[in-house]
Design a protein around this ligand. Structure first.
Ligand SMILES: [Zn+2]
Length: 241
């Protein structure tokens, strides 16, 4: 069987048997891939494959899963960017971990979305550089939610269509799909009050930590569980804000 080629980002590594690892990657053309990297485990004498690191980007060759198998096989990995800069502060590193966990949670193997790959790559570049982590994260959350079909509607109340009035409390309903005004929020059980700091702002401006928390709430509802990395990341973001 011929190997396929792609470029991808390493999102999770799990030890497998004596010497191997299972790598979960998000790739440009194939979306999420889960591949066995034989002999890639560090510290083993029989290491035959180059080691993989979390949150690095590279070019790969792989044999796709056959039949009922869920795992393909990684046959080649050439690192192209280690994003070393994102490891220099905890908030940047956790932002990368959060993006990895969120991507694996909201995509299925086989969903190829070039826009999401570009968004993930752009986020890691921002985190490795000097851009503010919060704003870069919010942009990524929006790209991920859009790719997964859950882009929230924030311009007006999803129920009555009225734009938010200045100075009036507003709510966000995840199942409702976006903004709920004070008159309509009473019909919805699942909702969250929108922080006062976000009134009249848009995700691309405004208080990044609060936008992160709101979009993380939406993501939590969509996923059915809070991501493991969300709570420590939110704490780090608030400490920096
Ligand atoms: Zn309304």
């Amino acid at each position: 069987m011929a190997a396929e080629h792609d470029e991808g980002i390493v999102l999770r590594l799990t030890d497998f048997r004596e010497t191997s690892q299972i790598a979960a990657l998000f790739t440009a053309a194939h979306g999420q891939l889960r591949l066995i990297a034989k002999g890639a485990r560090r510290g083993t004498k029989t290491r035959i494959a180059p080691g993989l690191d979390l949150l690095e980007r590279g070019e790969l060759a792989f044999l796709p899963p056959r039949g009922e198998a869920e795992l393909g096989t990684l046959t080649e990995w050439v690192q192209r960017d280690a994003y070393a800069g994102l490891r220099r502060t905890p908030v940047r590193l956790y932002a990368g971990f959060y993006a990895a966990e969120a991507t694996l949670t909201l995509t299925e193997p086989g969903d190829a979305t070039a826009a999401l790959y570009a968004g993930l790559r752009g986020l890691l570049e921002s985190l490795a550089g000097d851009a503010a982590a919060g704003a870069a994260l919010v942009a990524f959350q929006r790209t991920l939610l859009r790719a997964a079909g859950y882009a929230p509607h924030l311009e007006s109340c999803v129920e009555c269509g009225r734009p938010p009035r200045p100075g009036e409390a507003a709510y966000f309903g995840s199942a409702a799909g976006g903004l709920l005004c004070r008159d309509c929020e009473g019909h919805h059980v699942e909702k969250r009050r929108i922080a006062d700091a976000l009134r009249g702002t848009r995700p691309e401006g405004g208080a990044a930590v609060e936008w992160f928390a709101l979009l993380d709430y939406h993501l939590t509802q969509v996923a059915g569980k809070r991501l493991r990395t969300a709570e420590p990341l939110e704490r780090l973001l608030r400490a920096e804000a």
